[in-house]
Write a protein that binds this ligand. Structure first.
Ligand code: TRP
Length: 460
C-alpha cells in the first residue's frame, strides 16, 4: 500500500492543472449546467407526470449522483490520466485488475452518443437565437409557434447546418485546450442564465397559471410512479450532473491536490439542481396558460419560451440573450463530453490535441446526422423506444450512464482500499467521508441495480 500511495502522489496530469479550486468548480459547473437543466428536465418531467418524477429525481441526485460525482473526482485526481488510463492504472494499483479500463472505455462511447444528439439540440438553440433576433416570436400564439418549430425541425438542411456549426465550435475549443476558455465562459454565462431565468420567472407569474405550474412540479401524485418513471428520473440525475461516463473524472485529473472534493461536488449539485427547478417553474405556467401539453417532448422549451419572448416587454432582446447563454451553457457541456476521448487519444496515441479533437468530433458529427434526420426523413422509422433519437437517448442516458456509474461506485467503494479513498476525500476521515462511503458501497449500487432490474421487468 505505502508504495502505491507514493505512486499516486507523484503522478501529475499531462495537460497541466486548473489554476485554482474555483477554476475547477467553474469547469464542472459548466459541464453540469446545460441543455439537461433547461431543455431536458422540463420535457422529461412533463412526460413522466411531474411531481412524483421530480421527487424521485431529487432523491437520485442526492443519494446516487452526488456520491458518484465525488467518486469520479477522486478517481480522476488519483489517476491523473484520461478515464481509460486512470481506470487501468488504479485497477492495477488497487487490485491487479487493469481490465477496469473497460469502464473508462464504455464511458467514452456513452459520451460520443450523448454528444451526437446534444449537438443537434444545441443547434436548435442557435437557430432560435436568430429567430429571436429577427422578431419571429412577436405577436405569435401557441399554434403558430408550434407550426414554426415543426417546420424548422422538418428541415434537415437547416438543422444539419446548425448541428455542424455547433460541432465545429466544440472541436475548435477542445482542440485549443482546456482551461481558460471554459473558465471565462462559465464565469459569465451561468450567472447570466440564472438572471434571465429569473426574468422569465417574473413573466411566468403574470400568466395566471403559476400556481398550476408549481403544483405540477412539486405536488407528487404517487400513483404515477412506475418503473419507467423511476428509470427516467435516475437517468436524468446522471445526465444533469454529467456523471457516469468519466467527464468529471477527466476534469478531476487536472484538480490540484489540496482542493476539497466533497465541497466541490455539493456546490455543483446544488447549483445544477436549482437551475433545473427554476427552468421547470418557468416552463409549466406557460404550458398551462396556453393549453399546451406538458408531455409534448423534446420541442417543449422551443414552443413555450418563444411565447414568453413574444409577449413580454423587450422580449426579443431577452430572447436573444437567453438563447445565446443557453448555447454557451451547451458548449461548456459539450466540451466535457469530448474531453475523455480527446485526452485518451493524446495520452495513449500521441496525437496532438487539435488532431484528436478533429477525429473524435468528426465521428460524433456523423453520428449526429442520425438525430438530425430523426425529426424529419427518419421520423417514421421507429423501433425499440421510438425514433433513432429516442433510442440513442434511452441507451446512453438511461442505460449506459447508470451502468457506468454502478461500476464506478463498486470500484471506489469496494475495490479501492479505504486508505486510498480516505486519503483523497477527507484525510481526517470525518463524517463526510463516512456518509460518502455508506452511499457508495451500499445505497447507490443497490439502488441502481434495483431500478434497472425493475425497469427491465425482472420483478414482473
Ligand atoms: N450535464 C450536461 C447537461 O445537463 C450534459 C453533460 C455534459 C453530460 N457532460 C456530460 C451528461 C457527461 C452525461 C455525462 O446538459
Amino acid at each position: 500500500m505505502a508504495e502505491s500511495v507514493t505512486a499516486a502522489e507523484q503522478r501529475t496530469s499531462l495537460h497541466g492543472h486548473w489554476s485554482s479550486r474555483f477554476a475547477f468548480v467553474l469547469a464542472v459547473t459548466g459541464s453540469a449546467v446545460g441543455l439537461g437543466n433547461i431543455w431536458k428536465f422540463p420535457y422529461v418531467a412533463g412526460q413522466n407526470g411531474g411531481g412524483a418524477f421530480v421527487l424521485v429525481y431529487l432523491g437520485c441526485v442526492a443519494l446516487i449522483g452526488l456520491p458518484i460525482m465525488m467518486s469520479e473526482i477522486l478517481l480522476g485526481r488519483r489517476g491523473r490520466r484520461n478515464p481509460v488510463e486512470t481506470m487501468r492504472i488504479l485497477g492495477d494499483e488497487e487490485a491487479n485488475q487493469p481490465a477496469w479500463a473497460l469502464v473508462g472505455f464504455t464511458g467514452m462511447i456513452a459520451g460520443f452518443i450523448i454528444l451526437s444528439f446534444y449537438s443537434t439540440i444545441a443547434g436548435w438553440t442557435m437557430a432560435y437565437t436568430v429567430k429571436a433576433a429577427t422578431g419571429t416570436f412577436v405577436g405569435q400564439d401557441a399554434a403558430m409557434l408550434g407550426a414554426e418549430f415543426g417546420a424548422f425541425i422538418a428541415n434537415p438542411i437547416a438543422t444539419g447546418f446548425w448541428h455542424t456549426l455547433f460541432m465545429a465550435v466544440t472541436i475548435v475549443l477542445v482542440g485549443l485546450g482546456v482551461e481558460e476558455g471554459i473558465e471565462r465562459a462559465v464565469r459569465f454565462m451561468v450567472p447570466a442564465l440564472v438572471v434571465l431565468l429569473l426574468i422569465l420567472l417574473a413573466y411566468a407569474v403574470t400568466t395566471g397559471q403559476f400556481a398550476a405550474g408549481a403544483a405540477f412540479l412539486f405536488e407528487p401524485d404517487f400513483s404515477k410512479i412506475t418503473g419507467t418513471v423511476v428509470l427516467a428520473a435516475m437517468g436524468q440525475a446522471f445526465f444533469t450532473l454529467s456523471v457516469g461516463m468519466g467527464a468529471v473524472m477527466a476534469y478531476g485529473a487536472y484538480l490540484p491536490q489540496d482542493a476539497s472534493i466533497p465541497g466541490t461536488a455539493l456546490a455543483v449539485a446544488a447549483a445544477d439542481t436549482s437551475i433545473a427547478l427554476l427552468s421547470g417553474l418557468v416552463i409549466f405556467p406557460i404550458v398551462f396558460a396556453n393549453g399546451l401539453d406538458p408531455a409534448e417532448g423534446p420541442g417543449l422549451i422551443f414552443q413555450t419560451l418563444p411565447l414568453a419572448f413574444g409577449q413580454m416587454p423587450a422580449g426579443s432582446f431577452f430572447g436573444v440573450l437567453f438563447f445565446i447563454c443557453l448555447g454557451f451553457a451547451a458548449l461548456t457541456s459539450a466540451i466535457s463530453l469530448m474531453e475523455p476521448a480527446v485526452a485518451w487519444m493524446v495520452e495513449s496515441f500521441g496525437l496532438t490535441r487539435p488532431t484528436a479533437a478533429l477525429r473524435v468530433g468528426g465521428i460524433i458529427w456523423a453520428l449526429g446526422l442520425l438525430t438530425v434526420l430523426s425529426f424529419n426523413y427518419l421520423a417514421d422509422f421507429k423501433f425499440g423506444r421510438g425514433t433513432i433519437f429516442d433510442n440513442l437517448d434511452f441507451l446512453s442516458v438511461n442505460v449506459l450512464l447508470p451502468v457506468g456509474g454502478l461500476f464506478l461506485t463498486v470500484f471506489a467503494g469496494w475495490v479501492m482500499c479505504q486508505n486510498s479513498t480516505a486519503d483523497e476525500l477527507d484525510p481526517s476521515v470525518g463524517p463526510m467521508y463516512r456518509i460518502w462511503r455508506l452511499l457508495t458501497r451500499y445505497v447507490a449500487p443497490v439502488a441502481v441495480v434495483l431500478v434497472l432490474l425493475n425497469a427491465f421487468g425482472v420483478f414482473g
